[in-house]
Ligand binder design. Structure first.
Ligand code: BEZ
Length: 253
C-alpha cells in the first residue's frame, strides 16, 4: 500500500461516511455469534466494533499506526493490530474476512488475496467492497484538467489506485482458489461532509496526485478543480463524490 499519512481525526470527522456505507456491506457478511472474523483495513475501528456487536470475535488490522491507536482507544473490547495487507498471517483461521474501502489502495492484489485465502477456514467467506472501474472518475478528470491548465500535467501522478471491473476482480479471486458467490457493481453518489466537502476530500485522498508539485501549486489546483465540479457535484448545499462500488462475496474452496 502506498505510504499515505492518514489523519485519524480528519478521517473520523469528515469521512465518517466510509463506515456508514460500510454498514450496508455487513448485510452480506451476516456475522454470527462466536465466529472469528477479520476486518482487513479496519481504519479507526467503527465497523470492526459493529461486527463485534453481533457476538463475533473480531480482529481488525490496518497498516496505519495512527488508525490502530485510535481504534484501540475507542473500542478496547476489540483486538486491533498493525499489519500489512499484502503480508499477514494468523495461526488460528477465520470464519470470514471482511474488507470495506481498503482494497483499491493495494496494487499487489495476488499477495493480498493469498493472505486472505490462507487466513480462512475451508468454506470461509470473504466479503468485500471497494472502488470499481470509473470510481471518482469525474473528480480525477477535474484535477487533471486543473493541472493541465497550470502546465503541471507532466508532474501528475496517477497510478496509485486499483479500481477493477467485475471480470478483472472475479478472475483474480478465482485464480486464488475462491468461488465467487455474489457480485454487484453499482454507482453510489456519496455525500461529503460540510461546505468544504470536495476540498477536504481532494486534500485527504487526492494527495498522491500532488506529490510532485509544491503545496502552493496543489492548493491552486484543488481550488480550480472544486470549481469545475461545482455545477455537477454540488446541490442542495451538499457535495457529492461519484463513487462506483464493487461488492463481492467469495467462498474459499
Ligand atoms: C473510495 O472509497 O472509493 C475511495 C476513497 C478514497 C480515495 C479514492 C477512492
Amino acid at each position: 500500500m502506498p505510504a499515505i499519512q492518514w489523519n485519524a481525526n480528519l478521517y473520523d470527522d469528515k469521512h465518517s461516511f466510509v463506515s456508514r456505507y460500510g454498514e450496508d456491506v455487513l448485510g452480506w457478511l451476516h456475522p454470527q455469534k462466536g465466529e472469528r472474523i477479520l476486518d482487513l483495513g479496519c481504519g479507526t475501528g467503527q465497523l470492526a466494533f459493529n461486527i463485534s456487536e453481533y457476538g463475533a470475535d473480531v480482529t481488525g488490522i490496518d497498516n496505519s499506526p495512527e488508525m490502530i491507536a485510535r481504534a484501540k482507544a475507542a473500542y478496547p473490547g476489540v483486538r486491533f493490530e498493525i499489519q500489512d495487507a499484502t503480508d499477514f498471517s494468523f495461526t488460528e483461521p477465520f470464519d470470514a474476512v471482511f474488507s470495506n474501502a481498503t482494497l483499491h489502495w493495494i496494487q499487489e492484489q495476488p499477495a493480498v488475496l493469498n493472505c486472505v485465502y490462507n487466513s480462512l477456514k475451508p468454506g470461509g467467506r470473504f466479503v468485500l467492497e471497494m472502488g470499481a472501474r470509473h470510481n471518482v472518475e469525474s473528480i480525477c478528470n477535474a484535477i487533471v484538467k486543473a493541472m493541465e491548465e497550470d502546465g503541471l500535467d507532466e508532474l501528475l501522478s496517477t497510478d496509485f489506485w486499483f479500481f477493477p471491473t467485475v471480470s478483472e476482480y472475479t478472475a483474480l479471486l478465482e485464480q486464488q482458489g475462491f468461488t465467487v458467490a455474489s457480485v454487484i457493481n453499482f454507482k453510489r453518489e456519496t455525500a461529503l461532509t460540510g461546505e468544504d466537502g470536495m476540498h477536504d476530500w481532494m486534500n485527504m485522498f487526492g494527495a498522491f496526485f500532488f506529490k510532485h508539485i509544491t503545496p502552493q501549486q496543489a492548493a491552486t489546483v484543488v481550488s480550480k478543480a472544486v470549481e469545475y465540479l461545482r455545477p455537477s457535484h454540488y446541490w442542495q448545499n451538499t457535495w457529492y463524490a461519484d463513487y462506483v462500488r464493487l461488492r463481492v462475496k467469495a467462498i474459499k474452496n
